[in-house]
Design a protein around this ligand. Structure first.
Ligand code: NAP
Length: 273
C-alpha cells in the first residue's frame, strides 16, 4: 500500500516539497504519495490529526505553522525544543515525533555541496527569527571560531544569546554593532530576500574569501547577494540546497533510506544572474 505524506502551509501553492519528495521516492524506489495541503490558519491541529487518522505517516510543516508543529508534538527532538519550532512530524501510533531539519540542511549544503567547512570559521547569521533559531545548534556543533547573530531588532538577537547560552557561545547585537568586524561565512536568514530590501551592513563585514549565503531561494541575486558581490565576494549561494538537504533529512527519518540530494538540487536550481 502507498504510504502517505504531505506538506502543510498557508500559502502552500509555491511549495517545491511535493516535487522534491517524488524525485527522492523515484530514485530510491519507495512507494509513497506526497501532497501539498493548504491549511486554514485556525485549523492546523485538526488538519494534522485528520491526516494521521486517514493513515498519513508524516508531515512537513511550512510557514506559518512551525511553532504549532512543535506544540502538537508529544516527543520533540532537542533541536526542535531549542528552536521552539519544528518543520517535520512523524506519526507512530499515538506518538507525534517532531524534528527541525532546517539547520542541518543548511550545514549540509554549506559543507557538502559548497565546500565551506565551518570549523574554525567566523560565522555571522543575519536575522533572529525561526530560521536562525533552527540553524544555531547545527552550526555551533561544527565548532566555528566565532558565531554571531545580528538582527534589525537587537533585543531579539540578545534573547537568542540567552536562550542558547547553555549550548552555544554566541555574540549578539544589531547591524550597527558589526562595524569593524569581519566574517568568513555570512548567512542572510532575514526575510529581505523575499521582499528584495537591502540590509544596512558595514562594508567590511565580508572577510577576504568569504561566502555569502541567502536562505531564500529562486529569487536570483537578492540585494544581500549583490551587496556581497559589490564588496568583492566571489562565492554566493541561495537556499535551494538547504531546502533539498532538509527534505533529504526528513525522507531518511521517515523511510530509513537516504536519497541523493545532488541531482535534485541541480534540477531545482535557478541561475543567480
Ligand atoms: P521570521 O521568523 O519571520 O524572521 C524574519 C527575520 O527577518 C527577523 O529577524 C526580522 O527582523 C528580519 N527582517 C524582516 N524584514 C527585515 C528588514 N526589512 N530588514 C532587516 N531585517 C528584516 O522568518 P524565518 O522563518 O526566520 O525565515 C527567514 C527567511 O529564511 C525566510 O525568507 C524564509 O523563506 C527563509 N528560509 C529558507 C529555508 C530554506 O530551506 N531555504 C528554510 C527556512 C527559512 P526583526 O526581528 O527585526 O523583525
Amino acid at each position: 500500500m502507498t504510504d502517505r505524506y504531505a506538506v502543510l502551509g498557508n500559502p502552500i501553492g509555491h511549495s517545491k516539497s511535493p516535487l522534491i519528495h517524488s524525485l527522492f521516492a523515484q530514485a530510491t524506489g519507495q512507494d509513497i504519495s506526497y501532497t501539498a495541503i493548504e491549511t486554514p490558519l485556525d485549523r492546523f491541529n485538526e488538519t494534522v490529526l485528520g491526516f494521521r487518522a486517514g493513515g498519513g505517516l508524516g508531515l512537513n510543516v511550512s510557514l506559518p505553522f512551525k511553532l504549532q508543529a512543535f506544540e502538537i508534538a508529544t516527543e520533540p527532538s532537542e533541536r526542535a525544543r531549542l528552536a521552539g519550532a519544528a518543520n517535520c512530524l512523524k506519526f507512530d501510533g499515538e506518538r507525534i515525533l517532531a524534528d527541525n531539519f532546517d539547520g542541518v540542511g543548511l550545514v549540509n549544503d554549506l559543507q557538502n555541496n559548497l565546500g565551506c567547512l565551518l570549523a574554525g570559521k567566523r560565522v555571522l547569521l543575519l536575522g533572529a527569527g525561526g530560521a536562525t533559531r533552527g540553524a544555531l545548534l547545527p552550526i555551533a556543533a561544527q565548532r566555528p571560531a566565532l558565531l554571531a547573530v545580528a538582527n534589525r531588532t537587537a533585543d531579539k538577537a540578545h534573547a537568542l544569546q540567552r536562550d542558547f547560552a547553555a549550548h552555544a557561545q554566541l555574540n549578539s547585537g544589531g547591524f550597527d554593532d558589526l562595524a569593524g568586524q569581519a566574517f568568513d561565512v555570512v548567512i542572510n536568514a532575514t526575510s529581505t530576500g523575499l521582499t528584495q530590501e537591502p540590509l544596512p551592513l558595514p562594508a567590511g563585514v565580508f572577510a577576504p574569501g568569504a561566502i555569502a549565503y541567502e536562505m531564500v531561494y529562486g529569487k536570483g541575486l537578492t540585494p544581500f547577494l549583490r551587496q556581497a558581490q559589490s564588496t568583492g565576494v566571489s562565492t554566493v549561494a541561495d537556499g535551494v540546497g538547504m531546502l533539498v538537504e532538509q527534505a533529504a533529512e526528513a525522507f531518511a527519518w521517515w523511510r530509513g533510506v537516504r536519497p541523493e540530494s545532488g541531482p535534485v538540487i541541480q534540477r531545482l536550481t535557478v541561475p543567480l544572474d
